[in-house]
Structures are given as C-alpha cells and as structure tokens.
Design a binder for this molecule. Structure first.
Ligand code: ADP
Length: 259
C-alpha cells in the first residue's frame, strides 16, 4: 500500500510538472504571438507614415510656391493646383486601402454564392472600362463558395486591375474546379515578376519599381489586401510568373456544399 501510495504521489507530481510545463509553453507562445502582432502593427504605422510623407511634402512645397509666386503667374497656379489635387487623390487612395486592411479583420457574415457569376460580371466591367481584350472562360456553370461576395470581388478587381496596369496585351480571367477547390486565375502577357520578388509583392507597401508604380497610381497595398481576404476565406493566393513572358495569379477557394 505504502509503495503504491508513493508511486501514486510521484506520478501525480510528474503529472503536475507536465501540466506546469505545458502551461509555460502555451503562455510563452501567447507572448510571442502578441509581440509579433505588436511589431507588425508598429511596422505598419511606420510604413504608412513613410508612404504619406512624400505626397504631404509635395503638397506643402506647391502651396508655398503658390503663395510666393502664384499671384503673378497663372500657369504656375494651374500646375500647382493639379499637382496638389493628384497628391490628394493619392493620399485618399492610401487611406482608403489602409482602412480596408484594418477593417478586414472584422469577419463579415459568409454566405454561399456563385464565383463563376462574380468573375463573369467582373470581366464584363473590365471590358467596358478598358479598351483592351479581356477574355473570360470557365469549365463550370456554377461554383458555390462560401464567403463575402464584396470582398472576393475586391480581390478579383485588384488582380485584374494589376494585369491591365502592368501589361499592354490581352488579359484572361478563368474559372475552373478541382476536387475540392474553385480556382480563379488572372493571366497577363506583361513584363512578369522576377522570382526573388514573387513573395515580396504580397508584403504591405512593396512595389517592384517604386517610380513606375507611382506613375500608375500604385500604393503597394493591393496584393496584401487580396491575400488577407483570400486567407480569411481559408483560401490560397499564389503567383507564377516568367519574366518577359507574363504572370498568372491564382486564387484557390474551398467549394461550399450546394445551397
Ligand atoms: P500596386 O498598388 O503597386 O499595384 P500591389 O500590391 O497590387 O501594389 O502590387 C505590388 C507590386 O507587384 C506592384 O507594384 C508591381 O510591381 C507588382 N505586380 C503586381 N501585379 C503585377 C503583374 N500582373 N505584372 C507585373 N508586376 C505586377
């Protein structure tokens, strides 16, 4: 009996040691997670401020120029107001996209809908908006995915917008289905993306060619918004690209049960 009692006690001590150890591991993981989130947040604020600094200083220098020399120089007035307006547009776009990234954390109500219809109507919108060949094809008539229609439409818009922006040729939007996934692909024949850049382009504010991207109105936030939305839908957003040949962005989303 005494032997059994001692054995039981040792066993219980070991068990509580194990539990304590598990609690310590969980606690440390929580702290690491919080620290990572905090650092990411800090980084975001610092990147965002950096991005806003340039348009703010352009607005300031044009305003000063107008104040000093605007009264006797109408051309300068026109040039300055145009520059100020375009920088205000840029800041507006940046702020809107930053809000989108922040807001995306509040999970919306997810409903099943047809992703084929979403892509078809997006292709139509792009055909009307751009004087470009936009092709749409699908291997399925109806593919139900569960999610936010508006958010996933935003993702397809971002990818289509980039394809049109960074290439001169036709853009193709395709939908297909494998066993459990709906697959949406955006193909372009543009300059492509070098392999070492292919993961970085999903980072916030990352642009391969900052000056060219600024000319096209890019903020470097589009793809990170797209990936955040797709991942919130338990999907995957990937890129494959051959420099000089073109790029394909691929969204994979779990297919929902019919209904
Ligand atoms: P941006 O607002 O600059 O377009 P994104 O996050 O959407 O920001 O894209 C990040 C960068 O990835 C772009 O600046 C561009 O350099 C590159 N990129 C995105 N899509 C394409 C594409 N279809 N072809 C070539 N480069 C692309």
């Amino acid at each position: 009996n005494t032997t059994y009692g001692n054995w039981k006690k040792i066993n219980e001590d070991d068990q509580s040691k194990d539990e304590l150890y598990d609690m310590k591991v969980t606690f440390n993981r929580m702290i690491d997670h919080l620290r990572e989130n905090f650092e990411r947040q800090e980084m975001f604020v610092s990147d965002a401020s950096h991005e806003l600094k340039t348009p703010i200083s352009i607005v300031k220098s044009y305003s000063q120029l107008m104040k000093r020399r605007g009264s006797d120089n109408p051309d300068l007035l026109v040039e300055s107001t145009q520059a100020i307006e375009s920088q205000a547009d840029r800041m507006q776009k940046l702020v809107e996209q930053m809000l989108l990234l922040a807001r995306n954390k509040d999970r919306e109500v997810y409903e099943p809908f047809d992703i084929v219809e979403l892509c078809q109507s997006t292709a139509e919108t792009f055909k009307e908006a751009y004087d470009r060949n936009i092709f749409f094809s699908t291997t399925a008539d109806n593919l139900q995915v569960k999610g936010s229609y508006d958010q996933l439409q935003q993702v397809v818009y971002i990818l289509m917008d980039n394809a049109v922006k960074y290439s001169q040729d036709a853009v193709k939007l395709t939908v297909s289905q494998d066993v459990r996934h709906a697959e949406v692909k955006v193909h372009d024949n543009g300059p492509g993306i070098p392999e070492i850049e292919q993961e970085k382009i999903f980072d916030r504010f990352y642009r391969i060619d900052k000056s060219r991207s600024r000319e096209t109105g890019g903020t470097g936030l589009g793809l990170s918004i797209a990936r955040t939305i797709v991942e919130a839908h338990e999907g995957i957003l990937t890129v494959s690209s051959v420099p000089g040949k073109g790029t394909v962005f691929r969204i994979q989303l779990p297919v929902s049960q019919k209904g």
